[in-house]
Every structure is written in structure tokens, then in C-alpha cells.
Design a protein around this ligand. Structure first.
Ligand code: NAP
Length: 247
């Protein structure tokens, strides 16, 4: 294994929030992590926190709404490291609006980052993973992809699409030693929820069985498990990490 004894992991949307927590956790677990996002300075800060803790990491600036750039990013990572063992498609955006007012542009923009980029990354990484006969694909969806949410037709479509795509990959790639799973977060404290109305969030948290919002690290724990050797017989699953919202 290149770098010789550690797994190479690509984490998209790693400049902040859940992606940053996933990158830090996988690095702490011994992976060489390639962090992807658009904000170079924020990526550099996360890389610095990983390397100063003794981990291995590097950053790649990429706008994931550009399919060609996503393909080039994965190809370059494989060229540099010889392989990608773990792919975490975490980057996501929302552009909320009720269906009557949702523009084509807002629909397609959300699909591009949340679903098409994940598809292109999975397609590009599949062959090198098959060559290595080992791989972990972990796609970050949302409870919205399971149950829908008013004002989020675009986001729900993308997140449900991620689930269907991942189950298909599990079936196509399992015989090559590659697992594909989904983590579906509920309300997690990040910039994404920061943008929501605070009262709505507080009320939502009160209705949850666990009575609180989740932390980015709690999503990272789930990803770390699915990325591990221990999860070698788990594929095609949706692990919901949501304080009991959907149960
Ligand atoms: P966040 O804090 O808004 O971070 C989003 C990440 O995606 C950032 O690193 C951002 O980096 C990156 N990103 C966005 N557009 C990009 C683009 N075009 N190209 C490259 N990178 C891009 O979001 P989060 O809350 O951590 O969410 C992470 C994932 O969890 C998302 O898929 C989200 O849908 C899902 N999720 C979150 C929650 C929640 O409650 N927070 C709940 C369910 C699901 P740059 O801005 O630097 O590009």
C-alpha cells in the first residue's frame, strides 16, 4: 500500500463542518487524507490541524459542480498515490424554495454538487479500487432523502438519488471487495444549520428522542466505522445518524 502502510482517503467538502470532522477522524485512524473543497485557506487550516496532530493530509481545490474537474481530481490523486482506498462524497449545498417557486437553476445546482459530483467521483474511482480489490465508498445523504422536507425538492431529490446510486454500486462492486454505504445525518450543528431559523432548530431538537442537535464528529464516527476493516461485511446500507428523528 502506498505511503506504504496507510489507506488513501478522499473527502469532499472537507473545508468545514462534517467534512472537516470526517477528514480529521480518518487521519487520526491512520489514513492519508486528500481534502477537497473550493476555499483554499479553510482547507489549509484543516490540513494544518491534521498534520500538527501527527496525521497525513493534503488539500485539493476543486469546484465539484464541474464534472470534468471532479474526474481530473480523482485521476490526479490516483496518479500521485497509486490508488484511492476510501472515497467520502460529503460536499453538499442547499438552495431551498417551495416547488412553485423553485427555478430550474436552483434544482440543477443542487443536483450538480450533491449527486452528479458523487456519481462522477464514484465512476472514476471504481476502476482503481477494483484493481486493488479493496475499497470503501461512503456517500453522505440526509434524512431529507428518506422522508422529504417542504422547501427542499431539489435537495431531497439529490439525497434520495445518492441512496439509490449507492445501493446500486454495492451490487455492482461487491464482488471486487468494494463496499458502498450511505450515512444519512439529521440536524447537525454546522454552517448549513447555522443558516436556518434558530427557533425552528430549537423546536426541532426538542422533538427528537435524543433532545439535541448532532455534532459533526458524530457523523465522522459513523463514517470511520464504514471505512474500517471491521465493516467489511456491511454494504448497501443507510446508516441514519439523527438522534432518532427517523425511527
Ligand atoms: P457545510 O458546513 O455547508 O459544508 C459544506 C462543504 O461542502 C464545505 O466544505 C464546502 O466547501 C463544500 N462545497 C460546497 N459546494 C462545493 C463545491 N461546488 N465544490 C467543492 N466543495 C463544495 O455543510 P455540512 O453541514 O458540513 O454538510 C456536509 C454534508 O452533510 C452535506 O452533503 C449535507 O447535505 C449533509 N447533511 C448535513 C446536515 C446538517 O444538519 N448539517 C444534515 C443532513 C445532511 P467550500 O465552500 O470551501 O467549497
Amino acid at each position: 500500500m502506498g505511503n506504504e502502510n496507510c489507506r488513501v482517503a478522499v473527502v469532499t467538502g472537507a473545508s468545514r463542518g462534517i467534512g472537516s470532522a470526517i477528514a480529521q477522524r480518518l487521519a487520526a485512524d491512520g489514513c492519508h487524507v486528500v481534502l477537497v473543497a473550493r476555499d483554499e485557506a479553510k482547507l489549509a487550516a484543516v490540513v494544518e490541524s491534521i498534520t500538527s496532530a501527527g496525521g497525513k493530509a493534503e488539500s485539493r481545490v476543486c469546484d465539484l459542480s464541474d464534472s470534468g474537474a471532479v474526474e481530473a481530481l480523482i485521476e490526479k490523486t490516483v496518479e500521485d498515490h497509486g490508488r484511492v482506498d476510501i472515497l467520502v462524497n460529503n460536499a453538499g449545498i442547499n438552495r431551498d424554495g417551495l416547488i412553485l417557486r423553485m427555478s430550474d437553476e436552483d434544482f440543477h445546482a443542487v443536483l450538480a454538487v450533491n449527486l452528479t459530483a458523487a456519481f462522477v467521483a464514484c465512476r472514476t474511482v471504481a476502476r482503481p479500487m477494483m484493481r486493488g480489490r479493496w475499497g470503501r465508498i461512503i456517500n453522505i445523504s440526509s434524512v431529507t432523502g428518506l422522508v422529504g422536507n417542504p422547501g427542499q425538492a431539489n435537495y431531497a431529490a439529490a439525497k434520495a438519488g445518492v441512496i439509490g446510486m449507492t445501493k446500486t454500486l454495492a451490487k455492482e462492486l461487491g464482488s471486487k471487495g468494494i463496499t458502498a454505504n450511505v450515512v444519512a445525518p439529521g440536524f447537525i450543528e454546522t454552517d448549513m444549520t447555522e443558516a436556518m431559523n434558530e427557533e425552528v432548530l430549537v423546536e426541532a431538537a426538542k422533538r427528537l428522542p435524543l433532545r439535541r442537535l448532532g455534532r459533526a464528529e458524530e457523523i465522522a464516527h459513523a463514517v470511520a466505522y464504514l471505512a474500517s476493516e471491521d465493516a467489511g461485511y456491511v454494504t448497501g446500507q443507510v446508516l441514519t445518524v439523527d438522534g432518532g428523528m427517523v425511527c
